[in-house]
Ligand binder design. Structure first.
Ligand SMILES: *Cc1c(COP(=O)(O)O)cnc(C)c1O
Length: 357
Protein backbone atom coordinates (compact mmCIF):
# COMPACT_ATOMS: atom_id res chain seq x y z
CA UNK A 1 0.00 0.00 0.00
CA UNK A 2 1.02 3.60 -0.56
CA UNK A 3 3.00 4.68 2.50
CA UNK A 4 1.59 8.23 2.82
CA UNK A 5 -0.35 8.69 6.08
CA UNK A 6 -1.31 11.15 8.78
CA UNK A 7 -0.66 10.00 12.33
CA UNK A 8 -2.97 11.71 14.83
CA UNK A 9 -1.84 11.82 18.45
CA UNK A 10 -4.97 12.11 20.59
CA UNK A 11 -3.00 12.44 23.81
CA UNK A 12 -1.37 15.58 22.39
CA UNK A 13 -4.84 16.90 21.50
CA UNK A 14 -5.96 16.49 25.13
CA UNK A 15 -2.71 18.06 26.37
CA UNK A 16 -3.33 21.13 24.22
CA UNK A 17 -6.98 21.39 25.29
CA UNK A 18 -5.88 21.34 28.93
CA UNK A 19 -3.47 24.20 28.27
CA UNK A 20 -6.34 26.31 26.89
CA UNK A 21 -8.28 25.71 30.10
CA UNK A 22 -5.31 26.07 32.43
CA UNK A 23 -4.01 29.39 31.13
CA UNK A 24 -7.44 31.03 31.00
CA UNK A 25 -9.27 29.44 33.92
CA UNK A 26 -12.26 29.53 31.57
CA UNK A 27 -14.63 27.00 30.09
CA UNK A 28 -13.42 25.95 26.66
CA UNK A 29 -15.32 24.95 23.54
CA UNK A 30 -13.01 22.81 21.44
CA UNK A 31 -13.33 24.16 17.89
CA UNK A 32 -13.54 21.12 15.62
CA UNK A 33 -15.08 22.70 12.53
CA UNK A 34 -13.86 21.64 9.07
CA UNK A 35 -13.39 18.05 10.26
CA UNK A 36 -11.29 19.26 13.19
CA UNK A 37 -8.98 21.21 10.88
CA UNK A 38 -8.35 18.03 8.92
CA UNK A 39 -7.72 15.86 11.99
CA UNK A 40 -11.11 14.06 11.95
CA UNK A 41 -13.93 15.66 13.95
CA UNK A 42 -15.53 12.50 15.31
CA UNK A 43 -12.32 10.94 16.58
CA UNK A 44 -11.17 14.24 18.06
CA UNK A 45 -14.53 14.79 19.76
CA UNK A 46 -14.47 11.27 21.19
CA UNK A 47 -10.96 11.83 22.51
CA UNK A 48 -11.99 15.06 24.24
CA UNK A 49 -15.56 14.34 25.25
CA UNK A 50 -14.84 13.17 28.80
CA UNK A 51 -13.31 16.52 29.70
CA UNK A 52 -14.44 19.12 27.14
CA UNK A 53 -17.06 21.72 28.08
CA UNK A 54 -18.37 21.47 24.55
CA UNK A 55 -17.51 21.69 20.88
CA UNK A 56 -17.87 24.29 18.15
CA UNK A 57 -18.47 23.60 14.47
CA UNK A 58 -19.31 25.75 11.47
CA UNK A 59 -22.72 24.39 10.55
CA UNK A 60 -25.47 21.93 11.34
CA UNK A 61 -24.13 19.29 8.94
CA UNK A 62 -20.96 19.12 11.02
CA UNK A 63 -22.93 19.10 14.27
CA UNK A 64 -25.20 16.26 13.11
CA UNK A 65 -22.15 14.18 12.25
CA UNK A 66 -21.09 14.44 15.90
CA UNK A 67 -24.52 13.49 17.22
CA UNK A 68 -24.70 10.53 14.79
CA UNK A 69 -21.42 9.33 16.26
CA UNK A 70 -22.90 9.48 19.74
CA UNK A 71 -21.36 12.73 21.00
CA UNK A 72 -23.73 14.11 23.66
CA UNK A 73 -21.73 17.18 24.74
CA UNK A 74 -22.91 20.70 23.84
CA UNK A 75 -22.19 21.66 20.23
CA UNK A 76 -22.20 25.30 19.14
CA UNK A 77 -23.01 26.25 15.53
CA UNK A 78 -20.56 29.10 14.90
CA UNK A 79 -22.57 30.55 12.03
CA UNK A 80 -25.92 29.64 13.52
CA UNK A 81 -28.53 28.49 11.03
CA UNK A 82 -28.49 29.30 7.33
CA UNK A 83 -32.21 28.64 6.94
CA UNK A 84 -34.93 28.95 9.56
CA UNK A 85 -36.08 25.36 9.17
CA UNK A 86 -32.82 24.23 10.81
CA UNK A 87 -34.30 25.45 14.11
CA UNK A 88 -36.31 22.24 14.49
CA UNK A 89 -33.09 20.20 14.34
CA UNK A 90 -31.35 22.63 16.66
CA UNK A 91 -34.07 22.00 19.26
CA UNK A 92 -34.17 18.27 18.64
CA UNK A 93 -30.40 17.82 19.05
CA UNK A 94 -29.85 20.50 21.70
CA UNK A 95 -27.38 22.45 19.58
CA UNK A 96 -26.26 25.87 20.75
CA UNK A 97 -26.69 28.50 18.10
CA UNK A 98 -24.85 31.70 17.22
CA UNK A 99 -27.08 34.59 16.19
CA UNK A 100 -25.01 36.98 14.12
CA UNK A 101 -27.65 38.77 12.04
CA UNK A 102 -31.01 40.41 12.54
CA UNK A 103 -32.67 38.00 10.11
CA UNK A 104 -31.74 35.14 12.43
CA UNK A 105 -33.19 36.98 15.41
CA UNK A 106 -36.45 37.54 13.53
CA UNK A 107 -36.56 33.88 12.50
CA UNK A 108 -36.26 32.83 16.15
CA UNK A 109 -39.01 35.25 17.17
CA UNK A 110 -41.30 33.80 14.54
CA UNK A 111 -40.45 30.14 15.05
CA UNK A 112 -42.57 27.66 16.92
CA UNK A 113 -40.12 25.83 19.16
CA UNK A 114 -40.96 22.92 21.43
CA UNK A 115 -38.16 23.94 23.81
CA UNK A 116 -36.17 27.13 24.35
CA UNK A 117 -32.67 27.17 22.84
CA UNK A 118 -29.24 28.46 23.90
CA UNK A 119 -28.08 31.41 21.83
CA UNK A 120 -24.59 32.90 21.53
CA UNK A 121 -25.30 36.48 20.47
CA UNK A 122 -22.50 37.75 18.30
CA UNK A 123 -21.36 41.35 18.21
CA UNK A 124 -19.39 42.86 15.34
CA UNK A 125 -16.80 44.64 17.47
CA UNK A 126 -14.65 45.65 14.51
CA UNK A 127 -13.87 42.67 12.31
CA UNK A 128 -16.81 43.55 10.03
CA UNK A 129 -17.51 40.03 8.87
CA UNK A 130 -20.55 38.83 10.80
CA UNK A 131 -22.14 40.01 14.05
CA UNK A 132 -24.68 42.59 15.09
CA UNK A 133 -23.87 46.27 14.99
CA UNK A 134 -23.16 47.68 18.48
CA UNK A 135 -26.19 49.96 18.27
CA UNK A 136 -28.49 46.95 17.68
CA UNK A 137 -26.87 44.69 20.26
CA UNK A 138 -28.65 45.51 23.55
CA UNK A 139 -32.05 45.57 21.84
CA UNK A 140 -31.36 42.22 20.17
CA UNK A 141 -30.51 40.77 23.59
CA UNK A 142 -33.78 42.09 25.04
CA UNK A 143 -35.79 40.80 22.09
CA UNK A 144 -34.30 37.31 22.50
CA UNK A 145 -35.22 37.34 26.19
CA UNK A 146 -38.71 38.64 25.46
CA UNK A 147 -39.28 36.05 22.72
CA UNK A 148 -39.61 33.25 25.26
CA UNK A 149 -37.73 31.06 22.76
CA UNK A 150 -34.35 31.33 24.46
CA UNK A 151 -33.21 29.65 27.67
CA UNK A 152 -29.72 31.13 27.88
CA UNK A 153 -27.69 33.81 26.09
CA UNK A 154 -23.89 34.02 25.89
CA UNK A 155 -22.41 37.28 24.60
CA UNK A 156 -19.68 36.77 22.04
CA UNK A 157 -17.39 38.50 19.59
CA UNK A 158 -14.40 37.51 17.46
CA UNK A 159 -10.97 39.10 16.96
CA UNK A 160 -9.59 40.10 13.58
CA UNK A 161 -5.95 40.55 14.61
CA UNK A 162 -5.31 38.69 17.88
CA UNK A 163 -2.38 36.95 16.17
CA UNK A 164 -0.62 40.33 15.93
CA UNK A 165 0.68 40.80 19.44
CA UNK A 166 1.55 44.45 18.97
CA UNK A 167 -1.60 45.57 17.19
CA UNK A 168 -4.01 47.85 19.07
CA UNK A 169 -6.99 46.33 17.35
CA UNK A 170 -7.80 43.61 19.91
CA UNK A 171 -7.92 46.09 22.79
CA UNK A 172 -10.12 48.35 20.67
CA UNK A 173 -12.47 45.46 19.92
CA UNK A 174 -12.70 44.64 23.63
CA UNK A 175 -13.62 48.27 24.35
CA UNK A 176 -16.37 48.19 21.72
CA UNK A 177 -17.63 44.90 23.17
CA UNK A 178 -17.62 46.19 26.75
CA UNK A 179 -19.56 49.29 25.75
CA UNK A 180 -22.17 47.30 23.80
CA UNK A 181 -22.79 44.80 26.59
CA UNK A 182 -23.15 47.37 29.40
CA UNK A 183 -25.88 46.21 31.73
CA UNK A 184 -26.39 42.81 30.08
CA UNK A 185 -25.95 40.12 32.73
CA UNK A 186 -24.65 37.16 30.78
CA UNK A 187 -21.54 35.08 30.26
CA UNK A 188 -19.00 36.28 27.71
CA UNK A 189 -16.94 34.52 25.02
CA UNK A 190 -14.19 36.38 23.21
CA UNK A 191 -10.97 34.41 22.93
CA UNK A 192 -9.85 32.27 19.99
CA UNK A 193 -6.41 30.55 20.06
CA UNK A 194 -4.26 33.65 19.53
CA UNK A 195 -6.20 35.46 22.25
CA UNK A 196 -5.91 32.44 24.60
CA UNK A 197 -2.15 32.25 24.04
CA UNK A 198 -1.23 35.89 23.72
CA UNK A 199 -3.80 38.07 25.47
CA UNK A 200 -4.04 36.93 29.11
CA UNK A 201 -5.63 40.21 30.21
CA UNK A 202 -8.81 39.69 28.18
CA UNK A 203 -11.62 38.32 30.32
CA UNK A 204 -13.75 35.59 28.79
CA UNK A 205 -15.96 33.07 30.63
CA UNK A 206 -15.77 30.84 27.59
CA UNK A 207 -12.82 30.47 25.25
CA UNK A 208 -12.89 29.00 21.74
CA UNK A 209 -9.53 27.40 20.97
CA UNK A 210 -9.09 25.96 17.49
CA UNK A 211 -5.62 25.88 15.95
CA UNK A 212 -3.87 25.56 19.32
CA UNK A 213 -5.66 22.27 19.99
CA UNK A 214 -3.82 20.85 17.02
CA UNK A 215 -0.50 22.05 18.40
CA UNK A 216 0.28 24.84 15.94
CA UNK A 217 1.08 28.41 16.83
CA UNK A 218 -0.91 31.22 15.21
CA UNK A 219 1.95 33.67 15.79
CA UNK A 220 4.95 34.73 13.75
CA UNK A 221 6.87 35.42 16.97
CA UNK A 222 7.87 32.98 19.68
CA UNK A 223 5.19 32.72 22.37
CA UNK A 224 5.85 31.05 25.72
CA UNK A 225 2.50 29.27 25.95
CA UNK A 226 2.54 28.19 22.31
CA UNK A 227 5.93 26.59 22.97
CA UNK A 228 4.18 24.16 25.32
CA UNK A 229 1.78 22.88 22.64
CA UNK A 230 2.34 19.45 21.16
CA UNK A 231 1.81 18.86 17.43
CA UNK A 232 -1.07 16.44 16.94
CA UNK A 233 -0.70 15.53 13.25
CA UNK A 234 2.38 13.93 11.71
CA UNK A 235 2.22 13.70 7.93
CA UNK A 236 4.66 11.10 6.74
CA UNK A 237 5.51 8.89 3.80
CA UNK A 238 8.49 6.99 2.44
CA UNK A 239 11.21 7.31 -0.17
CA UNK A 240 10.05 5.20 -3.12
CA UNK A 241 12.93 5.85 -5.53
CA UNK A 242 16.50 7.11 -5.30
CA UNK A 243 18.68 8.50 -8.06
CA UNK A 244 22.24 9.77 -8.27
CA UNK A 245 22.66 12.69 -10.66
CA UNK A 246 25.66 14.67 -11.86
CA UNK A 247 25.70 18.45 -11.68
CA UNK A 248 23.47 20.31 -14.13
CA UNK A 249 20.50 17.92 -14.23
CA UNK A 250 16.90 19.18 -13.90
CA UNK A 251 14.48 17.68 -11.38
CA UNK A 252 10.71 17.43 -11.81
CA UNK A 253 8.11 19.54 -13.62
CA UNK A 254 9.33 22.77 -15.06
CA UNK A 255 12.96 21.94 -14.22
CA UNK A 256 12.60 24.23 -11.23
CA UNK A 257 15.68 22.76 -9.60
CA UNK A 258 18.97 22.01 -11.38
CA UNK A 259 21.57 19.99 -9.50
CA UNK A 260 24.53 22.25 -8.66
CA UNK A 261 26.86 19.33 -7.85
CA UNK A 262 26.60 15.54 -7.95
CA UNK A 263 23.49 14.84 -5.88
CA UNK A 264 21.39 12.02 -4.45
CA UNK A 265 17.70 12.60 -4.87
CA UNK A 266 14.87 10.80 -3.03
CA UNK A 267 11.39 10.62 -4.50
CA UNK A 268 8.67 10.62 -1.82
CA UNK A 269 5.11 9.33 -2.19
CA UNK A 270 3.46 12.61 -1.26
CA UNK A 271 2.01 15.35 -3.41
CA UNK A 272 -0.47 18.17 -3.62
CA UNK A 273 -3.32 15.70 -4.05
CA UNK A 274 -2.59 14.71 -0.44
CA UNK A 275 -2.73 18.32 0.65
CA UNK A 276 1.01 18.99 0.67
CA UNK A 277 1.20 22.60 -0.57
CA UNK A 278 2.23 22.91 -4.21
CA UNK A 279 3.52 26.41 -3.39
CA UNK A 280 6.25 24.96 -1.13
CA UNK A 281 9.53 25.92 -2.80
CA UNK A 282 12.96 24.29 -2.91
CA UNK A 283 14.39 24.44 0.59
CA UNK A 284 11.17 23.71 2.49
CA UNK A 285 12.28 21.54 5.44
CA UNK A 286 11.54 17.81 5.69
CA UNK A 287 12.91 15.08 7.95
CA UNK A 288 14.23 11.90 6.36
CA UNK A 289 15.52 8.92 8.35
CA UNK A 290 15.42 11.25 11.36
CA UNK A 291 17.70 13.84 9.73
CA UNK A 292 16.81 17.31 8.46
CA UNK A 293 16.68 17.77 4.71
CA UNK A 294 14.84 19.82 2.14
CA UNK A 295 12.38 19.75 -0.70
CA UNK A 296 13.78 20.10 -4.26
CA UNK A 297 11.88 21.38 -7.29
CA UNK A 298 8.15 21.44 -7.86
CA UNK A 299 5.72 19.37 -5.83
CA UNK A 300 3.71 17.17 -8.16
CA UNK A 301 0.32 15.57 -7.60
CA UNK A 302 1.49 12.30 -6.07
CA UNK A 303 5.22 12.75 -5.55
CA UNK A 304 7.86 15.19 -4.45
CA UNK A 305 11.66 15.15 -4.42
CA UNK A 306 14.01 15.67 -1.51
CA UNK A 307 17.75 16.02 -1.08
CA UNK A 308 19.54 12.91 0.21
CA UNK A 309 23.03 14.10 -0.73
CA UNK A 310 24.14 14.69 2.85
CA UNK A 311 21.96 12.05 4.49
CA UNK A 312 23.96 8.91 3.90
CA UNK A 313 21.71 6.81 6.16
CA UNK A 314 18.62 7.65 4.05
CA UNK A 315 17.64 5.56 1.07
CA UNK A 316 14.87 3.54 -0.48
CA UNK A 317 12.14 2.98 2.12
CA UNK A 318 13.30 5.70 4.51
CA UNK A 319 10.53 7.41 6.42
CA UNK A 320 9.96 11.09 5.61
CA UNK A 321 8.17 13.52 7.93
CA UNK A 322 6.57 16.36 5.97
CA UNK A 323 5.27 17.98 9.16
CA UNK A 324 4.72 16.82 12.72
CA UNK A 325 6.72 16.80 15.94
CA UNK A 326 10.02 17.74 14.26
CA UNK A 327 9.03 19.73 11.20
CA UNK A 328 6.43 22.22 12.42
CA UNK A 329 3.38 22.73 10.21
CA UNK A 330 3.65 26.45 10.94
CA UNK A 331 7.17 26.46 9.42
CA UNK A 332 6.04 24.59 6.32
CA UNK A 333 3.18 27.09 6.10
CA UNK A 334 5.61 30.00 6.15
CA UNK A 335 7.68 28.48 3.35
CA UNK A 336 4.52 27.91 1.33
CA UNK A 337 3.24 31.44 2.01
CA UNK A 338 0.18 30.24 3.91
CA UNK A 339 -0.92 29.48 7.48
CA UNK A 340 -1.00 26.21 9.45
CA UNK A 341 -4.82 26.35 9.41
CA UNK A 342 -4.81 25.83 5.65
CA UNK A 343 -1.99 23.29 5.76
CA UNK A 344 -4.12 21.07 8.04
CA UNK A 345 -7.49 21.69 6.37
CA UNK A 346 -6.09 20.75 2.97
CA UNK A 347 -5.20 17.23 4.08
CA UNK A 348 -6.89 14.65 1.86
CA UNK A 349 -6.50 11.18 0.37
CA UNK A 350 -4.04 9.99 3.02
CA UNK A 351 -5.42 7.63 5.67
CA UNK A 352 -5.47 8.99 9.22
CA UNK A 353 -4.12 6.64 11.87
CA UNK A 354 -5.04 7.46 15.47
CA UNK A 355 -2.98 6.75 18.55
CA UNK A 356 -2.98 7.66 22.21
CA UNK A 357 0.54 9.09 21.97
C1 LIG B 1 -12.73 29.16 13.87
C2 LIG B 1 -13.18 29.99 14.99
C3 LIG B 1 -12.52 29.94 16.22
C4 LIG B 1 -11.22 29.21 16.43
O1 LIG B 1 -10.18 30.00 15.93
P1 LIG B 1 -8.64 29.59 16.14
O2 LIG B 1 -7.89 30.77 15.65
O3 LIG B 1 -8.42 28.36 15.33
O4 LIG B 1 -8.49 29.34 17.60
C5 LIG B 1 -13.05 30.65 17.28
N1 LIG B 1 -14.18 31.37 17.14
C6 LIG B 1 -14.83 31.47 15.96
C7 LIG B 1 -16.05 32.31 15.86
C8 LIG B 1 -14.35 30.79 14.85
O5 LIG B 1 -14.99 30.90 13.68
Amino acid sequence: MRPARALIDLQALRHNYRIAREVTGAKALAVIKADAYGHGAVRCAQALEAEADGFAVACIEEALELRSAGIRAPVLLLEGFFEADELALIVEHDFWCVVHSLWQLEAIEQAVLSKPITVWLKLDSGMHRVGLHPKDYPAAYQRLLASGKVAKIVLMSHFARADELHAQSSAEQVAVFEAARQGLAAEVSLRNSPAVLGWPEIQSDWVRPGIMLYGATPFEEVNAVAERLQPVMTLESKVISVRELPAGEPIGYGARFITDKPMRIGVVAMGYADGYPRQAPTGTPVLVAGKPSRLLGRVSMDMLCIDLTDVAEAGLGSTVELWGKNILASDVAKWADTIPYQIFCNLKRVPRLYSEG
